[in-house]
Design a protein around this ligand. Structure first.
Ligand SMILES: [Mn+2]
Length: 357
């Protein structure tokens, strides 16, 4: 898959007459080469690609990287720039402008005087459309997250801290073949469930709590992202009512997914259900985002993606929530593949009934 990604990028460079692009973002370097380490650089021209790394990574590069020339350099970015400057006379240079730090930019510009062109947005848009191998990796990451959730459900007990639950989830990921969590695991119980991003704390889980678990793991460099809210012991009528509204928003929004639907339409659908139930001001975040090598990427129903129609090969989350300050919150999140037939929900953890432990 990596070699196809690289060819697609090279065709675009050629189309845009960009003579060379230097990639610093390790996630993009992995996307084009399969390399899983960091502090390495990829220089790409319409017809060549040069992977530049230091001695620490040489044997790893040999094992992971195919079809790309490899060069050793021990002098960091300054050395990389000298090497490119000597070997490739450039009239323009592509950089990932939203990633490159101001100090790296000055290091580059000290030596390379030609105009700089942003290539980050193009790489983002290539990464949004997953090929079959990438889809299979994400399906596996979802299956591991589902299985870890089912296991942890048998282990959660009142009296445990949120951190203990997070730790169990994360060790299940690794037992099941994942390299580990893809973001800081959220376990938020009781009042803390009203914080959309309540990372696990020493808070003790008790009877009567709702507990929101939001977690994901990597498989072969690709992530899953799954949220379920569960109840402990006896649940109030209010808690059940909020759960049912959020479930409906999650299910009804997933049902409208197909090629051509925009982020704004997804967000509107989820909001329609939550707003008409009277909880408009308690759903304050985006409805979903793309996942892939990063936990948040395009497309989705947030920020700059609102007007972008989804296409076959996009994988997005749908994650409406309601958060009642100082009381409790509910979020339900699934990962959904857009395909030629419509959509496929990749996360399978049960949600139709509020799970009570
Ligand atoms: Mn998410």
């Amino acid at each position: 898959m990596e070699q196809t990604h690289l060819k697609d990028f090279q065709s675009w460079l050629s189309l845009k007459s960009i003579e060379g692009a230097l990639l610093l973002n390790p996630v993009n370097v992995s996307y084009f080469t399969g390399f899983t380490g960091d502090e390495s650089y990829l220089f790409v021209t319409p017809s060549e690609a040069l992977f530049i790394t230091d001695s620490r990574y040489l044997s790893q590069v040999k094992a992971e990287v195919r079809g790309v020339a490899v060069e050793q350099n021990q002098k960091g970015l300054t050395g990389v720039i000298s090497l490119i400057h000597e070997r490739f006379p450039l009239n323009d240079l592509g950089l990932e402008l939203s990633y490159v730090s101001a100090s790296d930019y000055l290091t580059i510009k000290k030596k390379i005087l030609c105009p700089v062109i942003d290539i980050g947005a193009q790489i983002d848009s290539l990464r949004q459309v997953k090929d079959e191998e990438e889809i299979n990796c994400i399906k596996k990451a979802c299956a591991i997250a589902d299985q870890a959730f089912m296991q942890v459900l048998t282990e959660i007990k009142p009296g445990m801290t949120e951190l203990m639950v997070a730790s169990k989830l994360e060790s299940h990921f690794k037992e099941l073949g994942s390299t580990g969590p893809s973001f800081e695991t959220i376990v938020a119980a009781g009042i803390r469930s009203s914080m959309p991003h309540g990372s696990a704390s020493t808070n003790v889980i008790k009877s009567g709590d709702l507990v929101t678990l939001d977690f994901g793991c990597f498989y072969e460099g690709y992530t899953s992202d799954l949220t379920r809210t569960i109840g402990v012991g006896k649940i109030s009528k209010d808690q059940q009512e909020i759960y049912d509204i959020v479930l409906k928003a999650n299910e009804e929004t997933i049902k409208i997914l197909r090629q051509g639907v925009t982020g704004a339409e997804m967000h509107e659908k989820a909001h329609n259900i939550i707003d008409s139930a009277g909880y408009q001001q308690y759903f304050g975040h985006g409805t979903g985002h793309g996942i892939g090598r990063s936990i948040h990427e395009g497309p989705g129903a947030w920020g700059g993606y609102q007007s972008q129609p989804v296409v076959s090969g996009n994988i997005i989350t749908i994650e409406p929530g309601i958060y009642l300050p100082d009381r409790f919150g509910v979020r339900i999140e699934d990962d959904v593949l857009i395909n030629d037939q419509g959509y496929e929900v990749l996360t399978k953890s049960p949600k139709n009934e509020l799970i009570i432990i």
